[in-house]
Ligand binder design. Structure first.
Ligand code: UDX
Length: 447
């Protein structure tokens, strides 16, 4: 099949590349000429494991190409994906659909034969119907169907998530469109990946509700972690004990400095606005949005507290500034709240992040970027771990102790264990684990 993906951002580029890997003929369109030129030369503008190899292989096999010519790409396609950004609208948090509108206009002007028009971008409930209305206004004789086909990939594991999804969701109102989507996803259906067909609005809401629920799990465990610190409980054992209940599930119960990224903050906020528009407010998600924002803002106070209440003229080494490991993405990262707050109290910041400097340079002025963890740590008065990159998991503790002016470690991702850190002579703060040595919680196999 011939697929056109409009928008070569995270979701569009990964989806297009994976559809090409399935054997389809894919054209990725973007209005950013520089991006298209780089992609055509095999230069990938985002850091995503395995993406570069797959793009090159499929481009060489002529199954994947890049262009700015949206008209040609639309006219020849069987399926046209709308994969443009839906950022929070300036100032009020609603999803900004101006790019979706722009693309819909282009499709209406350029469509020459029947095609399925699929929204891959996360779009508010009702957007699919608006696209149908918009296209019919442009040309009542156009032959098309609109479907909702939201994406659930996570940054840092995007290829894996696309190739092995838990499910495929399709909102479609016509048998012809359903048949085409079945054909498009045949490679996954052969692997028995379940595909759920429903109507447009339901598919759109499944995406928002899924992200909002995952964000709720994270905000929930973060608040439980704060309670653990007060009642001598261990959050890692609480998470483990909860996750053993299959109704709860073990994933997305890791405490931290608050969730970031381009999706959870944006989608939770947009969903609360959509709900208000339909006079069905979501008080829980509104609380999640508030709780997460407050958490990211409160972390700097905790760091200052651990450092005897004052960081003025002190140097703090920060490991990890991206919003999660295995990505270069800094959007809504907790580091963007934590570091400026510490700087406002007079702290000097050294930073090391395997991928964060490219975007971080503009977002985190006045920090000293270092090329490895130990250079960042040398001469610092404390070490703060914000993002759990794998390479921070086995640092040389004796070397760190010698490099630090004072042996203070604040581990916002619970990479290390309190016992081992206290034994190594550190003042160690982590999330949700009492400073008192808790009884070692262990999993005793049922007799
Ligand atoms: C998320 C959804 O997981 C994905 O399905 C959707 O398509 C896009 O949004 P992403 O934002 O890329 O994916 O990353 P994710 O792994 O979900 O992490 C989001 C944030 O939550 C990160 O800041 C991460 O550090 C945080 N997080 C995640 C936690 O704090 N604890 C957890 O247990 C899991």
């Amino acid at each position: 099949m011939r697929i056109t993906i409009i928008g070569a951002g995270y979701v569009g580029l990964v989806s297009g590349t994976c559809f090409a890997e399935f054997g389809h003929e894919v054209t990725c369109v973007d209005k950013d000429e520089n991006k298209i030129q780089s992609l055509s030369q095999g230069i990938i503008p985002i850091y995503e494991p395995r993406l570069e190899t797959l793009v090159k292989e499929n481009a060489e096999r002529k199954r994947l190409k890049f262009t700015t010519d949206i008209k040609a790409a639309i006219s020849e396609a069987d399926v046209i994906y709308i994969a443009v950004g839906t950022p929070n609208r300036r100032g009020d948090g609603y999803a900004d659909l101006s790019y979706v509108h722009e693309v819909t206009e282009a499709i209406g002007q350029s469509l020459r034969k029947y095609a399925v028009i699929a929204t891959k971008s996360t779009v508010p409930v009702g957007t699919g119907q608006k696209i149908i209305t918009h296209l019919k206004q442009i040309n009542p004789n156009l032959e098309f169907d609109v479907v909702s086909n939201p994406e659930f990939l996570r940054e840092g594991s995007a290829i894996e998530d696309f190739m092995k999804p838990d499910r495929v969701i399709v909102g479609a109102n016509s048998p012809r469109a359903i048949e085409l989507m079945h054909e498009l996803y045949r490679p996954l259906l052969i692997q028995e990946v379940p595909i759920l067909f429903t109507n447009l609005e339901t598919a759109e809401l499944i995406k928002y509700a899924s992200n909002a629920f995952l964000a709720t799990k994270i905000a929930f465990i973060n608040e439980i972690a704060d309670l653990c610190e007060k009642c001598n409980a261990d959050i890692q054992a609480v998470s483990k004990g909860m996750g053993m209940d299959k109704r709860i599930g073990e994933k997305f119960l890791h405490p931290g400095p608050g969730y970031g990224g381009s999706c959870f903050p944006k989608d939770t906020l947009a969903l609360t606005f959509t709900a208000k528009e339909f006079q069905s407010p979501l008080s829980i998600i509104e609380t999640v949005v508030r709780s997460n924002k407050q958490r990211k803002e409160s972390i700097a106070h905790r760091i200052i507290e651990v450092m005897d209440g004052c960081v003025s003229e002190k140097t703090i080494a920060v490991l990890g500034v991206t919003f999660k490991p295995n990505t270069d993405d800094m959007r809504e990262s907790p580091s963007l709240d934590i570091i400026p707050a510490l700087q406002s109290k007079g702290a000097k910041i050294h930073v090391y992040d395997p991928q964060g400097q490219k975007e971080g340079l503009a977002l985190l002025p006045e920090v000293k970027w270092c090329l490895d963890p130990y250079t960042a740590i040398e001469g610092a008065d404390s070490l703060v771990i914000i993002t759990e990159w794998q390479e921070f998991g086995a640092l040389d503790l004796a070397r760190i102790k010698n490099l630090l002016n004072s042996p203070v470690v604040i581990d916002l991702r619970n990479i290390y264990q309190p016992q081992e850190m206290e034994k190594a002579g550190f003042t160690y703060y982590s999330i949700g684990r009492a400073s008192v040595k808790p009884l070692k919680s262990s999993l005793v196999k049922a007799a």
